[in-house]
Design a protein around this ligand. Structure first.
Ligand SMILES: Nc1ncnc2c1ncn2[C@@H]1O[C@H](COP(=O)(O)OP(=O)(O)OP(=O)(O)O)[C@@H](O)[C@H]1O
Length: 323
């Protein structure tokens, strides 16, 4: 039997004046799945999350949330919780008072014990009686998540939940998200961090200027990376470069200036996974050491840059001449 869909979006379009924020967007999220939304700034992630939260309506297309069609009225659909552009909280109230006020606003009585548990889950129990105005961005994000937890959502929608989080805060947030998914809650979250998505998401949707350019598992996304730059640490750079230059599908790139100054025995090569495998086999066969082989940019990030037509910032290193 197929797992029921928590979100089913088809052909969603949304414009703001001349700006096309979403164009023919499809999205499927199953119950119990953590689904990542990625894309460069302005790709349409927040707009799409806003539609899921009932903050705006689509211009066209169909949207079903938790099995019910979303109409034109703007309201948070039943069973949905979350926030975009940071949670709406009261700066003068304490963390605990904020949670109590928010649950009262939603007309749902919540036992004091539930509030304590939610604060504990996001790691804010020690600062429960501190006023929100002294909270950092990461602490506010965690309190927003605690408020969402209290509604016992079946679909949780989060806009860059890892924003501003220190490692301990990140652990709490990751723990909450995976815990909710394990009990059947669907989570849709945007993030600019591929490592967070890799840690949490089964599937991702990549948006670029309002269009879906990829949807599927992270394994499938990594395959879109094509050629990736790797650093090879070896004891004999010149010898390793000779071997690498003889391998089909592999290019030796100029060592960056900083590494050259440090006198590092590092080789920078560009190629696909098969060419990289061949390099290791041939280096070892030639009696040359491979102390380390690591991608300069992770295959996931590389796939993202390729699919969205963005660059890694610095221009691609020049190709080194064969010796
Ligand atoms: N209320 C609005 N009025 C006018 N334009 C808007 C509005 N909301 C979004 N846009 C535009 O729609 C496009 C998509 O914006 P959106 O905020 O959804 O992107 P995003 O992927 O969330 O970006 P970021 O990563 O920077 O948060 C952008 O060009 C943005 O300027």
């Amino acid at each position: 039997m197929q797992t029921p869909l928590a979100v089913r979006a088809r052909g969603i379009a949304k414009t703001f004046g001349d700006v096309v924020a979403l164009d023919a967007v499809d999205l499927d999220v199953t119950e119990g799945e953590v689904h990542g939304l990625v894309g460069p700034n302005g790709a349409g992630k927040t707009t799409l999350l806003g539609l899921l939260l009932g903050l705006a309506g689509a211009d066209s297309g169909t949207l079903q949330i938790l099995g019910a069609p979303v109409g034109r009225a703007l309201a948070v659909p039943d069973g949905v919780a979350g926030f975009v552009d940071g949670p709406g909280l009261y700066p003068t109230l304490t963390a605990r008072q904020n949670l109590a006020a928010l649950t009262r606003l939603r007309g749902r009585g919540v036992a004091a014990r539930e509030v304590e548990e939610a604060l504990e889950q996001v790691g804010l129990d020690a600062v429960a009686d501190d006023a929100l105005r002294g909270f950092s961005l990461g602490m506010r994000q965690r309190l927003g998540l605690a408020a969402a937890l209290l509604t016992r959502p079946r679909l949780l929608v989060l806009d860059e939940p890892a924003n501003g989080l220190d490692p301990a805060g990140k652990n709490h947030v990751h723990g909450v998200i995976t815990g909710l998914a394990a009990t059947g809650t669907a989570v849709v979250m945007s993030s600019h961090r591929m490592d967070d998505l890799a840690a949490l998401c089964a599937e991702v949707t990549v948006l670029a200027t309002g269009r879906v350019v990829f949807s599927g598992t992270l394994g499938k996304l990594a395959l879109e990376s094509g050629e990736v730059d790797y650093r090879v640490a070896t004891t004999d750079r010149a010898g390793a470069a000779r071997v690498a230059n003889g391998i089909r599908g592999l290019r030796v790139l100029d060592q960056d200036e900083a590494a050259r100054r440090r006198g590092e025995c590092e080789l920078l090569v560009r190629g696909g996974v098969a060419a990289m495998d061949e390099l290791v086999i041939q280096l070892v066969g030639a009696g040359l050491s491979v102390r380390e082989l690591a991608p300069v940019v992770s295959p996931l990030e590389s796939a993202f840059l390729t699919l969205t037509g963005t660059s890694a910032g610095s221009s691609a290193p020049d190709i080194e001449e064969s010796r």
